[in-house]
Design a protein. Structure first.
Length: 183
C-alpha cells in the first residue's frame, strides 16, 4: 500500500511539473526568436530573428551562385506554409522551432553560410517591408524599438495573432517567391 501511495504521489508530482512547464510554454505565443540556429547567429547588433534571416536570405540568394533550386523550392513551400499557419494559432514554440530546423535542413551549407554572411538586421527587414508596401514600426516612442527582447517578442506575437504585420507579410513573400521558382 505504501509503495502504491509513493508511486501515485510521484506520478502526481511529475504531472504537476509537466503541467507547469506546458502552461508556461503555451501561454507565450510561438516565437521565431526563441529558435537558436547553429548556422545563423543573432548575437550581432540589430540582428533579426532566424526566421526573418531565412526568409530574407532565401530571397537575397536569387541570382547568385547559391540561388534556391526548383527542387528545393518544392520542399520549402509546404514548410513555409506550415510556418505561416502557426502565426496567430497559439502553436507551441517547439512546433515553430521544428519547422525552422526543417527549413534550415533543406538548404545547403553554402546557402546557409551565404545567408549568415549577409548579417541581416531589423533595418534590412524594414527595407524589405518598405519596398513591398508593408508598414512596420517607425522607431518613434511606442513603436517597440525601446522594448526588451521579451516585450518585442510579445508585441510581434500579438501582431501575428491579428493575422498581420511585417512578419506575416515576409512569410507570404517568401512563399510567393518560392512558388515562382518551383514551376
Amino acid at each position: 500500500m505504501k509503495r502504491n501511495l509513493l508511486f501515485i504521489t510521484l506520478i502526481f508530482a511529475l504531472f504537476l511539473t509537466a503541467c507547469g512547464s506546458d502552461s508556461a510554454a503555451t501561454s507565450s505565443a510561438p516565437s521565431a526568436s526563441a529558435y537558436v540556429s547553429a548556422n545563423l547567429p543573432t548575437d550581432y547588433e540589430g540582428a533579426t530573428s532566424v526566421r526573418n534571416q531565412l526568409a530574407l536570405g532565401i530571397m537575397a540568394l536569387d541570382g547568385t551562385d547559391q540561388t534556391i533550386s526548383a527542387e528545393q523550392a518544392k520542399t520549402l513551400i509546404p514548410l513555409w506554409q506550415a510556418l505561416r499557419s502557426t502565426q496567430g494559432s497559439g502553436s507551441a514554440t517547439e512546433e515553430v522551432s521544428a519547422l525552422l530546423k526543417q527549413i534550415e535542413d533543406s538548404l545547403t551549407q553554402e546557402q546557409l553560410s551565404a545567408i549568415a554572411t549577409l548579417k541581416l538586421t531589423q533595418a534590412d527587414m524594414q527595407k524589405w517591408a518598405s519596398a513591398n508596401g508593408v508598414t512596420m514600426g517607425s522607431g518613434q516612442p511606442g513603436s517597440g524599438q525601446e522594448l526588451s527582447p521579451e516585450a518585442k517578442a510579445t508585441r510581434q506575437a500579438e501582431q501575428s495573432a491579428k493575422g498581420g504585420g511585417a512578419s506575416t507579410a515576409l512569410v507570404d513573400g517568401v512563399v510567393k517567391y518560392l512558388q515562382s521558382i518551383s514551376e
